[in-house]
Design a protein around this ligand. Structure first.
Ligand code: CMP
Length: 136
């Protein structure tokens, strides 16, 4: 069954010129782009997006980082799009968890600067898509 997921190429990924690389991997996997926008997130958007991490030690740095430069927000759709993109991304920690062959495993070194975000469940996907693309 087709489903949608919210993907971000975070400011580190944009800064490093990895937008095309990420999109190429999404497309080669067989997933489709349903929406795509380059933008700099304001604080309210970032805080909504990362609400579940409010109170954690890395929360402020995370919001500072994600609002610190342009990012690319995408809605990606296809069969099992949510786990399929998480497979492409690799684990949250680019060294300890993500394996070579994944986006984070191939290009990342630090947990905060892990290049991409992908929704972790159907509920998160619907919530996050509404935050980034309220008109979709
Ligand atoms: P993401 O998949 O976008 O979801 C939450 C983000 O918080 C995560 O990717 C990382 O960028 C960041 N994060 C998670 N754990 C840590 C940590 N221990 N230190 C710094 N950032 C973290």
């Amino acid at each position: 069954m087709s489903e949608r997921t919210l993907v971000l190429v975070k400011p580190d990924g944009v800064e490093r010129g990895l937008v095309g690389e990420v999109i190429a991997r999404i497309e080669r996997k067989g997933l489709k782009l349903a929406a795509l926008e380059l933008r700099t997130a304001d604080r309210a958007t970032a805080e909504q997006h990362y609400a579940e991490h409010d109170g954690k030690p890395f929360y402020k740095d995370l919001v500072d980082f994600i609002t610190g430069g342009p990012l690319v927000a995408l809605v990606v759709e296809g069969t099992r799009a949510i786990p399929a993109f998480r497979q492409l991304a690799g684990g949250t920690d680019p060294v300890e968890k993500a394996t070579p062959g994944t986006i984070r495993g191939d290009f990342g070194l630090e947990v905060q600067y892990n290049l991409v975000h992908g929704s972790d469940s159907p509920e998160s996907a619907e919530r996050e898509i509404k935050i980034w693309f309220p008109n979709l």
